[in-house]
Design a protein around this ligand. Structure first.
Ligand SMILES: NC(=O)c1ccc[n+]([C@@H]2O[C@H](COP(=O)([O-])OP(=O)(O)OC[C@H]3O[C@@H](n4cnc5c(N)ncnc54)[C@H](OP(=O)(O)O)[C@@H]3O)[C@@H](O)[C@H]2O)c1
Length: 243
């Protein structure tokens, strides 16, 4: 039976490439995007490659969109096999430096609304459908910016880069992953975190060494894990990362 996947923020960047690579594995992919024009453009490009994708309007900070997507998936497919929580924003003023003393509560709230609360709300709403899958997979696209291990390690290249709102939202997402994997440990569902690497996108900037195609690979591999695969892990290209 054809597997069904939902990728959030699938209109561009790593999300678009993740959707493309999953569809190339003969998976039916729902392209979640908050902007209809951009979502339909992505749909047209991938359908032009004969891939089985369908755009679905999804602003993950909008509860009504989440409810519609949940109802659509349950009504149309019954079960959801793969959820890739990719959508996120970077709202800090800069990547470099440490803005912890000055970042506004508004920036923190706006960042958490999408990167954390929206992701949690969507995942909880879709869990009943994921539980109906033979082998549900939830992949949270996080970042080494959310790693305590990295931020405490002076030798790490990211040590000097401490944008607080973005990083804290990813730390919270990492904890959600660990706790959800624990809550679902007696099921077949696997919940893991992917770090894409430093990727050339709106969030990663033009300076990044990796292409979105490369950046999608870790998340896709975790989405395609077989039943012996791990749960509750944080990795990039198969290498385990510190929480
Ligand atoms: N690039 C990197 O170096 C890097 C490194 C580590 C982790 N990551 C993570 O990788 C993921 C993808 O980011 P990217 O680098 O591909 O950046 P990107 O090109 O800016 O893509 C972000 C995507 O998220 C979508 N989005 C933002 N807010 C949304 C919302 N409320 N509802 C639905 N979609 C929303 C954006 O939609 P719009 O087009 O409408 O804004 C866009 O499709 C993120 O989780 C990011 O934190 C990236």
């Amino acid at each position: 039976m054809t597997k069904i996947a939902l990728v959030t923020g699938a209109n561009k960047g790593i999300g678009f490439e993740t959707a493309k690579q999953l569809a190339q594995h003969n998976i039916k992919v729902l392209l979640g995007a908050r902007n209809e024009t951009e979502g339909k453009k992505a749909e047209a490009v991938l359908q032009g490659l004969s891939l089985d994708v369908t755009y679905i309007k999804l602003d993950i900070s909008d509860s009504a969109d989440i409810e519609n997507v949940k109802n659509y998936i349950e009504g149309e497919y019954g079960a959801l096999d793969i959820l890739v929580n990719n959508a996120a924003v970077f709202l800090d003023s800069a990547w470099f430096g440490n803005n912890t003393e000055t970042v506004t509560l508004q920036t923190l709230r706006d960042t958490f609304d999408i990167n954390y609360f929206g992701t949690v709300e969507l995942t909880q709403a879709l869990l009943p459908a994921i539980k109906k899958s033979e082998a549900g997979r939830i992949v949270n696209i996080s970042s080494v910016s959310g790693s305590f291990g990295v931020h405490l390690n002076e030798a790490h290249w990211l040590y000097a880069l401490k944008p607080y709102a973005y990083s804290a939202s990813k730390t919270a997402l990492n904890q959600f992953t660990v706790f959800l994997a624990h809550a679902l440990r007696e099921t077949k569902i696997k919940v893991n975190v992917a770090n894409p690497g430093w990727v050339k996108t709106s969030i990663g900037s033009d300076q990044a060494p990796l292409t979105p195609e490369d950046g999608a690979k870790t998340g896709v591999a975790l989405a395609l894990l077989d039943n012996n695969g791990p749960t509750g892990t944080f990795s990039e290209s198969g290498e385990v990362l510190p929480w």
